[in-house]
Design a protein. Sequence first.
Length: 133
Amino acid sequence: IMALLLTSRVATAEPMSVEIFADGEVLTPLITNMKIIAYDLDEITYMRQNAPTFNRGSVEASKEAAHQWLNSKDYQSYKQQVMRVQYPLTLISKYQLSKIPAIVFDKGKYVIYGTTDVELALREWKSFSTREQ
């Protein structure tokens, strides 16, 4: 099945979608006819730890500090990070992932848990597909 799937994709020039969800950075291999994207969920923790606080003693001083931050380049950068982090969280919900790490094939059709190794996941998927026939 794996060979058929990959050869049919070559004929249509449509790459297989592979998404890796992990706690930490993942190196993605270059595999022909695969679009591999890795999402580092540790970035969420990093953002929480580095989120600004505006407790300046008085309500007015805190409001002023928050206002200054909202008009700063730091805020623009933080806002972009938030948007970047929201997308994988949306996908986790969409694919109904129950644990991390996980490798998702073809927009949620197949999920392999417990690894970030795409080649290992492909072998497991091929083994599963063979048993299902």
